[in-house]
Design a protein around this ligand. Structure first.
Ligand SMILES: CC(C)(COP(=O)(O)OP(=O)(O)OC[C@H]1O[C@@H](n2cnc3c(N)ncnc32)[C@H](O)[C@@H]1OP(=O)(O)O)[C@@H](O)C(=O)NCCC(=O)NCCS
Length: 202
């Protein structure tokens, strides 16, 4: 807990450059970090960020979180050419289109979008956290919301294609690697894990 607070206090306070909101959908009510389902989390009162469904006003900030998390957070595992190919695999429009499917949540901190995650049926399709907000539990809370939704829908197991950078996070969430494979992004090869987590208790 002390580490968590220390990291929290170390977060830079400068806001990201705001962009005009994109009109797409009506804003929905915030879910709150504490309310992935119906169970209030007593810790939520102490969290500076909240997890809530994607809203239209978030869309302009998504691509920045996507690109910054790839360029900065994955630098220990992928070289510049790989990071460029990965981060250019989506543009603003394609990301918005992709995130209109399935269940997408965002993390908001000081009115900034600092992360987003998406589940499509039994597949965790995306999870990205801005490097300035890393390692304070944001991905954990977003993932828990998605897993709760999967359990409510009766999903037996979740799978994901996981970057080398995200492997330890997914392992921490209870996933096992089923092996490495090569993914192609604009003609550039990136190694990733296939990972799976059973939601059925024996
Ligand atoms: C993977 C990612 C989403 C994790 O986000 P995060 O908010 O920093 O993760 P959390 O703070 O919830 O981490 C929870 C636990 O996961 C593990 N973990 C998370 N990131 C880790 C890392 N880079 N190295 C080792 N363990 C890590 C740790 O056990 C951590 O607990 P701790 O901080 O108490 O040690 C983030 O690093 C990211 O956006 N990476 C770049 C994009 C990417 O690879 N996305 C996945 C595509 S498949």
């Amino acid at each position: 807990m002390l580490d968590w607070i220390r990291r929290l206090l170390g977060k830079p306070q400068e806001p990201l450059t705001p962009e005009p909101p994109a009109p797409l959908a009506e804003p929905g009510p915030p879910v709150g970090a504490s309310q992935p389902c119906d169970q209030p989390d007593p810790l939520a009162a102490f969290l500076p960020f909240q997890i809530r469904p994607l809203e239209a006003a978030d869309l302009s900030q998504l691509i920045g979180v996507f690109r910054d998390s790839i360029q900065v957070s994955t630098a220990g595992h992928y070289d510049q050419q790989q990071r460029d190919a990965w981060s250019r695999a989506q543009n603003h429009e394609s990301l918005i289109s992709l995130l209109s499917e399935g269940d997408t949540v965002v993390a908001e901190w000081d009115q900034e979008l600092v992360g987003f995650a998406q589940r499509i049926n039994d597949y965790i399709n995306m999870i990205y956290v801005h490097p300035d907000s890393a390692r304070v539990g944001i991905a954990t809370l977003m993932y828990q919301h998605l897993e709760d939704g999967a359990r409510v829908e009766g999903v037996d197991a979740l799978s994901a294609h996981v970057s080398l950078t995200a492997h330890d996070f997914f392992q921490f969430m209870g996933f096992d690697s089923e092996g490495e494979e090569q993914a192609d992004r604009n003609g550039v090869t990136l190694t990733r894990h296939r990972m799976r987590k059973s939601l059925v208790t024996n």
